[in-house]
Write a protein that binds this ligand. Structure first.
Ligand code: FES
Length: 160
């Protein structure tokens, strides 16, 4: 009976099961930075975008709220904070808008990643400084590239 059901369903499941898009490939994506990691000053961040040719995205290593491990990001920041370098996805954890670096200035005493959509702010270590976001920024897995101005970020070549 079970064999009959499987034999009967298999051709139907194969028909409906989505085939992986041709050319999709997970792996490290090489990213050129405007400021090399070893030249970042404490409190500095440098933004980067996912390559468009071929069309690629980064894969979040963690996250909460609108972000989650395995979700895609199309940009990020390398940030140096208290001597530590982190790489964050650009996506706000509230509803996914792109955050931007706001440097410390008069009236804005603490540098932060600010979201233009609903006012969330994140400290340079990714933690929430101001809601409505309730979860920190998501990390991207990365390592230093072949030269100081390149990093390799875990991602996927989308193939379209
Ligand atoms: S999406 Fe960033 S505060 Fe809502």
């Amino acid at each position: 009976m079970t064999a009959t059901v499987i034999t009967g369903l298999a051709p139907i499941l194969v028909y409906f099961w989505p085939a992986p898009p041709k050319g999709q490939k997970k792996g490290p994506i090489n990213v050129a930075l405007q400021t090399p990691v070893d030249q970042l000053q404490d409190g500095d961040a440098v933004k980067f975008d996912a390559p468009r040719n071929p069309n690629s995205a980064f894969i979040m290593a963690d996250g909460g709220g609108d972000n989650a491990p395995g979700e895609l990001a199309f940009g990020g920041f390398v940030v140096k904070n208290q001597g530590k370098v982190n790489v964050f996805a650009i996506n706000c954890s509230h509803l996914g808008c792109s955050v931007a670096l706001a440097k410390a200035a008069p009236g804005h005493p603490e540098a932060s990643f600010d979201c233009p959509c609903h006012g969330s702010r994140f400290r340079l270590d990714g933690s929430v400084l101001h809601g409505p976001a309730a979860y920190p920024l998501s990390h991207l897995s990365w390592k230093q590239g072949p030269n100081p101005s390149e990093i390799e970020v875990e991602g996927i070549v989308l193939g379209f």
